[in-house]
Design a protein around this ligand. Structure first.
Ligand SMILES: Nc1ncnc2c1ncn2[C@@H]1O[C@H](COP(=O)(O)OP(=O)(O)OP(=O)(O)O)[C@@H](O)[C@H]1O
Length: 584
């Protein structure tokens, strides 16, 4: 697994912006650290000469200059940091999405949509917040602390007094080392439980229609409630530890201030230091409390963000299962035969073979029908053809070439796959049909719609081919959805068309018309039809019957009827059903 360095890479490519932002904020803080010194001098002046108009004017102008200088420079620096944070968020989300598009189906079957959404939403935001706030406050606090210490050292305040007063503050680094790892561990738990909640919400929303029909809302609420409870529990554990940590810092700051008042006051009474020095010292120490508290906040936020950053880096390091060989060539499938020889396949993480010793030849231009019980391996067979999963080397050849030697693009571009439950996007029906090539002419979209027998329905939709589907759009029936997705397969006019149970939701008359259109439009092109109904495949040049991953029968409709096997008994049952229905 190649380690990813999301944040480091980003910082490397934006270093100039970082340096500029840091410089602006650094100068702003150096200017601000003059503030106690000016007030100290003011006090000494007051003591020496009493209050005069000139003193008031001079010091107000100096303070105004400090205020303006700090405000402008700090504002610009802060803007740059925030901008960097937002750009990081944008860049990371794009990078994640690009990465998602490279991952294989097996990754998606292991990770729910909600979990993936959580990476894009929660984790990226956690890192961005820590980045903007972290950089901002770290620079502010560190520069301010250094400037304050420098100003104290070059002032007339004795070093031993400074050392004693600053002593409690030295405990802070130890507190950080002690609390840091626990904060990070608890933050990882919070992020994980957020991911679980998003996953659960996605599942519950997706299944809301089923839930409603079965009136099982309490179960739904219970399931979601559990994930929310888990977040609360994990967040409270995190809050407990961060609160202790954050309370400790101001306490140490206050302690140092008390020491300065007691010890500094004593030295002032005995004239070891001036009243102005005493005022400056307390102001300096007061000025150190905020940056110290900010450092605590930043460390907490950084620890939380580290947990998210680790999750993101791990995700970006996931390699797709299906990788193209460096020597892969684009294949031309126009006149390619398909050969399967001794093909045995088991899904990753499964001990059972989904396909066993498949030997099959599909000559180009022919129609293959595949039938078999549910779970017999029909879909698996065509997934291997699309290389959604990898068949063992040497077991599947297309046009004489091993499938592993073909580029994925050439393979998938020349095969049209129509699944049983084709997904339709929230766009117009026209765009859904022309999904493969958005600029297809309306004529070709209409032709595909006619071939898949959805044309007449579309004419009745409110905006016909421009009718918007999906969320806040028009809802199609199951059969209409299936035929729209079939039109998507027709319009591609690919050398190989695979219909995976794609006419299961249409009535017998429509099915016959679709099959007839298929035969007309796909002369000399390879077509693979998976079906449960014999009526959908009986015209095929060759039919295979799959049972528990094995080909148990192979031949034409007539040949298989003549055999004493699954096909003939299936035919008898389905015929009986048809006769019964017709007799009703
Ligand atoms: N992603 C997967 N991971 C593990 N096992 C799987 C996966 N997909 C399918 N299977 C298993 O492989 C076997 C064959 O499944 P396949 O989907 O090919 O059957 P099918 O004949 O198409 O079924 P149906 O007619 O119900 O669509 C089944 O036992 C199924 O549980």
């Amino acid at each position: 697994m190649k380690a990813q360095r999301l944040l480091k890479d980003y910082m490397k490519s934006h270093w100039l912006m970082y340096i500029s932002a840091i410089s602006f904020m650094a100068v702003a803080n150096i200017i601000q650290s003059y503030y106690p010194r000016v007030l100290g001098n003011f006090t000494d002046h007051l003591q020496a000469t009493g209050i005069t108009q000139a003193i008031i004017k001079d010091y107000s102008l100096i303070l105004l200059a400090i205020g303006l200088g700090y405000g402008i420079l700090f504002g610009v620096g802060q803007y740059m940091v925030m901008r960097l944070g937002r750009r990081f968020e944008f860049h990371t989300r794009k990078r994640l999405f690009n990465h998602f598009t490279t991952l294989s189906e097996s990754y998606y079957s292991k990770n729910g949509v909600g979990r993936l959404l959580s990476f894009v939403m929660n984790d990226v935001t956690a890192v961005r917040e820590a980045m903007s706030m972290g950089l901002n406050q770290t620079v502010n606090s560190i520069i301010l602390l250094i400037s304050v210490i420098m100003m104290m050292v070059i002032s007339a305040i004795p070093i031993y007094l400074i050392a004693v007063c600053v002593l409690p503050l030295l405990i802070i680094p130890f507190a950080v080392i002690y609390f840091g790892p626990s904060i990070r561990k608890r933050s990882t738990k919070v992020q994980e439980s957020l991911a679980k909640m998003t996953e659960s919400a996605e599942e519950q929303f997706g299944g809301v229609r089923v839930t409603k029909k079965f009136a099982v809302e309490p179960i739904m609420r219970g399931r979601f409630g559990k994930t929310v409870d888990q977040i609360l529990e994990n967040q409270l554990r995190l809050v407990r530890i961060t609160s202790i940590f954050q309370a400790l810092l101001p306490f140490l700051g206050a302690l140092s201030l008390i020491i300065s008042i007691v010890y500094g006051g004593y030295l002032t009474i005995h004239n070891v230091i001036t009243l102005g020095n005493f005022v400056s010292l307390t102001l300096y120490l007061r000025m150190m409390v905020n940056p110290l508290q900010q450092i605590g906040n930043v460390i907490n936020a950084m620890q939380r963000a580290r947990a998210s950053l680790d999750r993101l880096n791990n995700l970006l390091s996931v390699q797709p299962d299906i990788v193209e060989s460096p020597t892969a060539k684009p294949l031309d499938l126009q006149s390619a035969d398909i050969h399967m020889k001794g093909l045995t396949f088991a899904y990753p993480n499964s001990t059972q073979d989904a396909l066993q010793n498949i030997n099959l030849t599909i000559q180009h231009g022919k129609t293959l029908g595949i039938i078999g019980k549910t779970g017999s391996g029909k879909t698996t067979l065509v997934k291997l053809l699309l290389r959604i999963y990898d068949p063992p080397k040497g077991t599947l050849r297309i046009g004489g070439e091993d499938i592993h030697d073909a580029t994925l693009e050439s393979l998938r571009n020349q095969i049209a796959y129509v699944p049983q439950d084709g997904f339709l996007f929230s766009t117009t029906i026209r765009d859904n049909i022309a999904f493969f090539k958005r600029d297809s002419s309306l004529n070709s979209v209409e032709l595909a719609a006619k071939q898949s027998q959805i044309y007449d329905n579309i004419l009745e939709f409110p905006d016909q081919f421009e009718t918007k589907l999906g969320e806040r759009g028009f809802t199609l029936s199951g059969g209409q959805r299936q035929r729209s997705s079939l039109a998507r397969g027709f319009i591609k006019n690919a050398p190989i068309l695979i219909m995976d149970d794609s006419v299961s939701a249409v009535d017998a008359v429509t099915e016959t018309k679709i099959i007839e259109n298929l035969r007309l439009s796909r002369k000399n092109k390879t077509t693979i039809i998976i079906a449960h109904r014999i009526s959908a495949i009986k015209h095929a040049d060759i039919i295979v019957v799959l049972d528990e991953g094995k080909i148990v029968q192979q031949g034409t409709h007539q040949q298989l009827l003549a055999e004493d096997g699954i096909y003939a008994s299936l035919y008898a049952i389905q015929e009986e059903g048809t006769r019964y229905a017709e007799g009703q």
